[in-house]
Write a protein that binds this ligand. Sequence first.
Ligand SMILES: Cc1ncc(COP(=O)(O)O)c(C=O)c1O
Length: 465
Amino acid sequence: MPNPNSVLSYSAMEHDDPRNGDSTHNLDHASKKLRMTRYISESDIREEFSHHQPGIARINNGSFGSCPGSVLSAQREWQLRFLQQPDDFYSNTLRDGILRSRTVIKDLINADHVDEVSLVDNATTAAAIVLQQIGRGFAEGRFAKNDTVVMLHCAFQAVKKSIQAYVSRAGGSVVEVQLPFPVDSDEEIIAEFRKGLQRGKADGRKIRLAIIDHITSMPCVVMPVRELVRICREEDVERVFVDAAHAIGSVKVDVKDIGADFYVSNFHKWCFCPPAVAFLYCRVSGPPNDVHHPVVSHEYGNGLPIESAWIGTRDYSSQLVVPSALEFVSRFEGGLEGIMKRNHEEVVKMGKMLAESWGTILGSPPEMCAAMIMVGLPSRLCIKSNEDASRLRSHLRASYGVEVPLHYQTPKDGENVARDKDGLITGYARISHQVYNSIEDYFKFRDAINQLIEDKRICKILSVE
Ligand SMILES: Cc1ncc(COP(=O)(O)O)c(C=O)c1O
């Protein structure tokens, strides 16, 4: 929700006395201070996101993020600076601008050195960088055939395809760890993960890479990532890659504390950057890396941060506006931490409200979610496959103006399958909360579902659309 505690602080003005000198100067100074201490108001927030299509309950910040108008303006300025004098921009501006972004990110994520931080387009590109390196280990005969990569079965599909393309084709084998869902505790996840590592090491194989999501995409759960990385170290896993596409801006990120070799997060999801920009952290104190950008250009061989800063002629503006996005964040009470806290509290509140209205459950306890949470859908919606979930999603968009991703959870024998009064809960909605959302967005979703389940023909209607 827009910050309910927006305040204007006049303290700066009270302490400035025009009699102390030039009154114009002091007034300027005072109004500057006033601006600095005035938190963003609800109407400012509405204005910043006024380009969003009206009438849509957009409760899916998780998929594509969002970018406020002031950051879009900053981006436009960078684009114009390039177009006005491209040669000068390329020679004298671009590299410094990217270094500035990498430096603020280094501080934000507690990396040791700016050389550990590269800017890439997105988590998909970062996964290609890491998996190509692992693939080369197999292709060049440094890894034994059938050495393994361990990952979650619900790892992001694009990342799974990268494993297929770069690792499986080169002779590596893959072990998938089931994420228990609905899930009640970190311990359930840790137990499954330990089993997965044992399978990965069976028959004397070596685990060359473990991929751990910081926040899984679907269903969404915040993983005990620090603990899982520690277990990987105990079990002699060679390298650990944390796919934290959703993390920066929705949970605290401290790469040193997490301790992975590689860690990627998108700035365009929860940190107000335009698409597309992500950082890939590569720990320098780990085993030596031979990572390269998949697009080879002039800078090949000069280190990943420099390779990534020029991958041919293109628009680099989204990488250059990272400081502007953080400036936007600083207008909120508590900065990024304040935003994360409020988004978490609101999404939990909204999730509980929906689950109560529909007589269902949350997919995980609140402490296992950040700014997204899974809410069980009424069993009367008859979601029996991924296709059913996808049809209902389209129906909600087209007929109700609600944008929300839905998940089909296959009920498995012997597992803790959730129920409502009419049957098994097999469908879940992943709701997000970002600063532009209001309670009406969630009411609209609630009412749409309540209206749908009132219709006795609902299963038929949704299955033929
Ligand atoms: C866990 C996870 N990994 C990777 C990605 C891919 O992100 P992008 O499309 O920005 O590359 C996503 C996107 O939602 C994701 O949720």
